[in-house]
Design a binder for this molecule. Structure first.
Ligand code: NAP
Length: 210
């Protein structure tokens, strides 16, 4: 299958390119064509420029679009929620619509932050309850995606692992700080079921292939 992976320069996208390249024809979508040297095939498009997104899907002719690009930083989303809404919600709807128009599968990588966390152990069909700017924009993204592509896959996840920058994941933070001999204070009232990033990609691959 031909996979178009958005956010190929980022933490999840780079891992997705590496894992999926062993069994598929993979094209990375990047904002800047000079990034993500690990992609053998790349196209450039900006989530804020609708025409570039639609053109990229049209040119690549993917069977699957795995949408990993987005504003994943909570602080950045809180600082400019309107921009985060355009990037995480509106652009996702445009990409999903472009995938639907060519009959391609679409996967939107969402987050456990669509729930407030007040209770825990949420079921798939529960109403969302985001209490952060990031969570609100991702919940809105789920809606725009499903409106544009009724059979899109929404993967609500949370992951750890190794990123190209070495600074994108919590695991890297702990390894760096503890490796330098620093004490790292942690939370005692926070439980999360994070997955290893490669397992997230392989789970998505299994769902798409099934
Ligand atoms: N990290 C987690 O634990 C986690 C948990 C749940 C869900 N998610 C979701 O998983 C996805 C990937 O997260 P991540 O941790 O891999 O994030 P990341 O490392 O910050 O990567 C984000 C990617 O999005 C791209 N991007 C941002 N704005 C763009 C724009 N305007 N046009 C084109 N590309 C743009 C970035 O490109 P540049 O390199 O050019 O900036 C980068 O490749 C996100 O949708 C996030 O919400 C992440």
């Amino acid at each position: 299958m031909r996979w178009l992976i958005t956010g190929a320069s980022g933490f999840l996208g780079a891992n997705a390119v590496r894992v999926l390249s062993s069994g598929h024809d993979v094209v990375g979508l990047v904002r800047d064509i000079n990034t993500a040297p690990w992609c053998d095939q790349k196209v450039a498009a900006d989530l804020l420029a609708v025409d570039t997104l639609e053109r990229a899907v049209h040119e690549v002719e993917p069977d699957v679009v795995l949408h990993c690009a987005g504003m994943a930083n909570h602080q950045a989303c809180a600082a400019n929620e309107e921009l985060a809404m355009r990037v995480n919600a509106q652009a996702s709807g445009v990409l999903a619509g472009a995938a639907a128009a060519r009959g391609a599968a679409f996967v939107y990588v969402s987050t456990d932050a669509v729930f407030s966390g007040a209770r825990g152990w949420y079921e798939e069909n529960e109403a969302v309850s985001p209490n952060t700017a990031y969570g609100r924009t991702k919940a809105a993204g789920e809606e725009t995606v499903l409106n544009a592509h009724a059979s899109a896959v929404i993967a609500r996840t949370n992951f750890f692992g190794w990123s190209p920058s070495g600074h994108a994941s919590t695991l890297e933070f702990f390894v760096r700080e503890l490796g330098a001999g620093n004490r790292v204070p942690g939370f005692v009232d926070y439980t999360v079921t994070s997955l290893f990033v490669e397992d997230v990609v392989e789970s998505i691959e299994r769902v798409v292939e099934s």
